[in-house]
Design a protein around this ligand. Structure first.
Ligand code: 2IT
Length: 450
């Protein structure tokens, strides 16, 4: 490894010892960058790496809300404006009880490179709260969102920072957040958030975009391998918005999604979750219920449920972890390899531990694709929503879909080309890190030292 790269990783480990997720993503990204740093001594001279691992700024704020029994609760809100070199900060808000500064920073750091890969002018940011939506009523969710935005609104704006959804924040929450923003600002402000409803500036295809984009990316890689997506079986984890988009597109493409998972375990549907619209749409109902479990699916459709287990021992052509970070550890990675899986495609942000990821990448013949590329269609369509809002126009679903499809093809190509340029072969993981980094690093370099 390049000595400068190694020294920056060591600095981050020493400085952020209590932030394991942040250290993990920094190690993962930077360990791909040695060949780029070797070729660009000017980046060392301008100390680009120590600068890029430091958020430009990060806020925490108090969020107090009153439950249905009149009892007040206090949560912590966060917004990390990680890197704005190529555009306004852009990234989701996550509401989940295990949200910490480390989680927000890992997500913000990933977002920098993901957003660069979309080819659109968006910088990296992320936010959220340790608020737990599980079991909360509609009114409690609304009051929490209003209180959260009352604290956040002063830090964001259409040319400054444009939040969106992530886990625990879907269309409903975006509506409440945007409503409060508009109440406070008294103007449209180009919609300020993305993932809005279609009646007030939301983009067609944004709800599906992450899942659709992941499937377009998969189809593109399969094409490179001379294979067809039709008939492929896919094991996924999660059952949220992303899983729903994957299932919907799998149905169109003739692929079969056979698993879903939640905190309670996983379900196996040999016919395919993607076999009927009723099943696919039931995912939305399960998520909106705030029960946060997949047992409901097994009961409704009479399929096997495996309590407390993850779906990684299931035989499938493609594995797509689509739930949350560190979902796949080394023991699961070994099961996946034993099952002869060729395609391991990350969809959730950082779903694989570094140990498991390195193990999978070292398997001859296995193709590993990184989440920051595979799931970039979500934020990519968010950038298209920003474009529509700033032009006061609405594009059709077909127009958005054509652009999303092209964007995903370009991401696969840019990643493959970047790896090729540095003699790494068809390495989509290193290629995505290199391609994303080069764009942001060059922008930082040209803007001077600060
Ligand atoms: O992880 C992600 O890319 C998102 N949660 C979506 C971010 C966005 O701004 O649409």
């Amino acid at each position: 490894m390049n000595a400068y790269v190694a020294s920056v990783i060591e600095n981050v480990k020493a400085k952020h010892a209590s932030e394991p997720e942040f250290i993990q993503t920094v190690e993962e990204v930077l360990s791909s960058l040695s060949p780029v740093i070797d070729a660009h001594p000017e980046y060392v001279k301008a100390d680009i790496l120590n600068r890029i691992v430091e958020p430009e700024r990060m806020f925490t704020f108090r969020v107090v809300w009153v439950d249905d029994n009149g009892v007040p609760h206090t949560n912590t809100g966060y917004r990390c404006q990680f890197n704005g070199a190529i555009g306004p900060y852009k990234g989701g808000l996550r509401f989940q009880k295990n949200v910490t500064p480390s989680v927000i920073k890992f997500l913000g750091f990933e977002q920098i490179f993901k957003n660069a890969l979309t080819g659109l002018p968006i910088g990296g940011g992320k936010g959220g709260s340790d608020f737990d939506p599980t079991g909360k009523s509609e009114n409690e969710i609304m009051r929490f969102c209003q209180s959260f935005m009352t604290a956040l609104y002063r830090y964001i704006g259409p040319d400054t920072d444009v939040p969106a959804g992530d886990m625990g924040v879907g269309g409903r929450e975006i509506g409440y957040l945007y409503g409060q923003y508009r109440r406070l600002k008294g103007s449209f402000e180009n919609g300020v958030l993305t993932g809005k409803g279609f009646t007030y500036g939301g983009s067609r295809t944004r709800p599906e975009a992450t899942g659709y984009g992941a499937m377009y990316y998969l189809a593109e890689v399969l094409k490179h391998e001379g294979e067809d997506i039709k008939g492929k079986t896919i094991a996924i984890s999660g059952f949220g918005n992303v899983a729903w988009g994957i299932c919907k597109k799998a149905m169109h493409m003739g692929a079969k999604v056979i698993t879903l998972s939640g905190p309670d375990g996983y379900i196996l549907d040999p016919e395919g979750v993607s076999s009927s619209e009723e099943k696919v749409d039931y995912l939305l109902e399960m998520r909106a219920s705030n029960r946060n479990r997949v047992l409901d699916y097994a009961e409704k459709f009479g399929v096997p449920f495996f309590p407390g287990e993850k779906p990684w021992g299931v035989k499938a052509d493609v594995i797509m972890p689509s739930a949350m970070q560190n979902d796949v550890h080394l023991d699961s990675a070994k099961k996946i390899v034993e099952n002869g899986v060729k395609y391991y495609f990350e969809v959730a942000n950082m779903p694989t531990t570094n140990e498991a990821l390195n193990y999978l990448r070292a398997q001859p013949g296995m193709i590993v694709a990184p989440s920051k590329a595979v799931n970039a269609g979500g934020v990519g369509v968010s950038a298209l929503e920003m474009a529509q809002n700033s032009e006061h126009l609405v594009w059709s679903a077909e127009e958005v879909d054509v652009q999303l499809h092209r964007m995903m093809e370009n991401i696969v190509k840019a990643s493959a080309d970047a790896a090729e340029e540095y003699g790494l072969g068809y390495d989509l993981v290193a290629g995505a890190n290199i391609a994303g980094f080069k764009k942001v690093a060059q922008a930082m370099y040209e803007q001077g030292i600060f």
